[in-house]
Structure formats: C-alpha cells, structure tokens
Design a protein around this ligand. Sequence first.
Ligand SMILES: [Zn+2]
Length: 49
Amino acid sequence: MTETKKNKDDLDNFCEECNSEDPSVSQNFIMYGYKICVSCKVSKTIFPV
Ligand SMILES: [Zn+2]
C-alpha cells in the first residue's frame, strides 16, 4: 500500500520567511500564528512591518 500517514494537523518546521527548518517554527506557529523561525521572529520584532 502506498497510503501516506500524513496528518493534516501535523506541523512542519519550515519557516515561511527564510524556508529553513527549525524546531522553533512550530512553537512560534502555536504561540503567534506565524510559521517563522526564532531568528525571523526577532527581526520582525525589531523591525515591525
Ligand atoms: Zn526564518
């Protein structure tokens, strides 16, 4: 069988800003609703859009 066990609620850890994988991405997504890594979060905090 080629059934994939992909859970739709499964979070990947790829940052939408820099596309790098980091465990902090899913944490930030849960806490802030943004799939961003910690370094992108810091830069957004310092330079808010
Ligand atoms: Zn990033």
